[in-house]
Design a protein around this ligand. Sequence first.
Ligand code: SF4
Ligand code: SF4
Ligand code: SF4
Ligand code: SF4
Ligand code: FES
Length: 880
Amino acid sequence: MAKLTINGEEIDAAEGAPLVEVIKNRGEFISNLCYIDGLPPYAGCRTCVVEIEGARGFQLSCTTKVADGMVVKTQSPELYSTRQAVLSLIMSYHSDRCLTCHRVVKCKPGDTCLRDDTVTHRCLTCSKNYRCELQTTCEMLEMAGYEPWDGDERTYYVSEQPPADQANPFLEFDPQMCIICTRCVRACDELRHTGAITLAGRGPSTRIAFGADGPVHDSNCDFCGACIDVCPTATLMEHPNKWGATQTERWTATTCTQCSVGCTIHLGSKKGRGVIVRPDTNANPVSADQLCVRGRFGYDAVKTATRLGTPLIKRNGGQDASSWEEAMDFTVASLARVREQHGPEAIGFLASPLATNEENYLLGKIARAIVGTNNIDSTAGPVVSAAASALRGAFGTEVLPADGLRIALSKTLLVVADDLESSHNVYAVRVKNAVVRNRAKLVTVSAIYGEVNDFADVWIQPKPGDEPAVVAALAAAVEGGDANGGLSLLSPEAQTAFDRAVELLNAAKSEAGQPFTAICALPTFGPSAAGAMVSAMGNIAISLAGDDAGQALLVLPGDANVLGMRDTGCAPDLLPGYRDAADESARVEMQRLWGAQIPTAPGKDFTRMSADGIKAMVVLNDNPAMLAPDREAVRNLLSGLDFLAVIDSLPTDTANLANAVLPDGGAWAKDGTTVSADRRVLRLQEATALKGESRQGWQILSELGRRLAERTNPGEIRINYANPAEIMDEMAQVIPLFRNATYREIDSGAQQNMDGHAPTTASQTQTTPPTISRNGKFALTVSRGLFTSYEAAAVHSSEADRLHREDTVRMNPADAAALGLSNGDSVTLRNDFGQITLPVEITDVVQSKALWLSSLVDAGTAATLYSAADSIAFVEVIRA
Ligand code: SF4
Ligand code: SF4
Ligand code: SF4
Ligand code: SF4
Ligand code: FES
């Protein structure tokens, strides 16, 4: 710590901290138009000048590091006029009419300019008006009336301005507004490690360019929006709601639910509709100032008009609008009838990783304590529970304390994922941080190319489907055992990579105190592959990190709230808080906590629900008709049910089959919490209005539970809640993992209290990778693409991927040549489960005899080709 004096006041600050940040953190305004907090200074704008005792002339506060005894003055007439002078130079390249106009406080957007009717560009006609850093800086430095160039020709107004690029759906680039502060270049390079933006030209013609100086969408920009956040002008702007967001009425702190990273966001809304997203830097410290395109723009993927606004009841083959009263009566009567006729085991419940903890908890309580069945799972259940049982085998618990913050601090990383960049984008950014900033060694194992592989010291590329066997071989090799089985699956080049990977990983073992992190993104399909992969990763973590293995292994479910779903007991074998449903004392404890009996008969998981005997289902936000493998069987199950109730905000394929649809709000309208892959409890708050008569999911479940309880008489059970805070209060008592998460105490983004859950042992386990039989067919990998919105895909929108980067099946050039295919040709993929037809994209991101498809393309059509067991589908490819 250093002691320094700023404007006569003595303060403490970290020795070596950038002075500009210390000044800003005191709450003082200082112009700093080219500085980005946390990054090295660029020192281009020169607006951050201060006086430092003993130094000659003025100093830039962004390049000055705090030192003990420093005496700083930030305010004086000379400093002020110097800042005005440098700002006037910046403004001479900018549309500055309003900035220097004495009438600016009187004019409103749309008013005719009384000063100069030939000027079309000015703040009052600019989409950044009232939320612009350059504008604020000019106001703070009182630039109105500051016109030293009066009578001179102005650079901005005499030069022809370049056209704006508005050709993509997310990011607008209007170079005429640019002040060449280079913040965007540095954000894209140093915060994102993407490097899509460069400085082009020289001297006075210097300008910002994307990629090879073409349109933004032709560059490698992945539309994360980090450059928009730092741009001090209107040069880089969100395309959706660009104008609507100028007068945001409310900002709400909430959480992205589009993957298990759980980035925290501020959602700006107007008239109850989301219009803009910014990262919430004060909540989840792993996401901090970063988001991906899904978190940034996903709020806008489905329009309100598409959402459900009224309950629906199936009558005469169609679904008709009904009142809540009627829909609730119908649902309760139908479930009660099935229960009376066939017993509680004939009813199944599907929870969802897209639902909140509070909603999933209530669903589980209804299933077990009110209806009386352990039949509760989700479409994601089989893969996730296979991974969980592998963890329990190794660590005695599936609750690992691994923290996403550790990624960027690691010295060695092993990443096993189809494409981490796309599936868990912000974790991929943290992996890149470790490599770039911390010089970490990175080993990746993936069958297809993803951007993270560019940062790897070693990329082992197995054939699709062989990943678990290869990771098992890696585990054996780092343990000094025999890797032959797995090695024989690799090409000679991949075997060389494997040997190098073993060396790198073994070096991590010997470097005590150098954190090693293993990241395993679970596959979309294939429980046995998921289980084998996690078991092998556990073995590697134990070999390399020893007692620290539970901290070192980060297992990433695909969807947002998978862990919360398990915490709340939404699996047939788990009661809330990971109590074993088969254990008598656990059951007795739950009965005491809930004040109701819970069943002893083992429950069915999703696969068994599909296979036998279920007569009625209640589906909360899940969408098995779209997301589950073995699609035909699943759709037959759903359409053959005596009764299906769906709680969702969208007319999904599953909702369309339902006898009763109870409309709730989408993720941005929800109140509740989720749990991230690294066990942070994250708060969701209602940021957008519910459509029509739709209700919060917890409200629907509370009412449904109350009415069902009147029919089933489970005793004095609490199911009526006034708000989700009351549900969390109860959860905090029932599930120790949530004991610090009551809404009074919650620190959104803090890790759960894992006392009593975290591993106390770590033992290596036997890995049994699934057997693969290729038979000369193409191996199709299906994983989450970066750009496709689940919600838009669920309603079959042709704009689910607004960039249309993931609408195709990817095929290697050698295979395309052999089949005589060109880009865009239609191909049919066929196997015993079904067939799908879609255009081909020829690219070497996939190997020969391999194909890749986004799991959500064309409303998740790839699921048609999958069995319930496999992680890879083997298909024939026919020219369509
Ligand atoms: S970018 Fe800012 S300063 Fe420039 S015209 Fe727009 S609001 Fe005014
Ligand atoms: S949106 Fe993200 S990837 Fe694209 S240029 Fe901006 S910072 Fe770079
Ligand atoms: S685009 Fe924005 S952030 Fe980038 S240099 Fe121009 S003004 Fe600065
Ligand atoms: S990384 Fe995941 S949680 Fe974060 S913004 Fe992207 S989809 Fe949302
Ligand atoms: S912020 Fe210091 S020179 Fe720009």
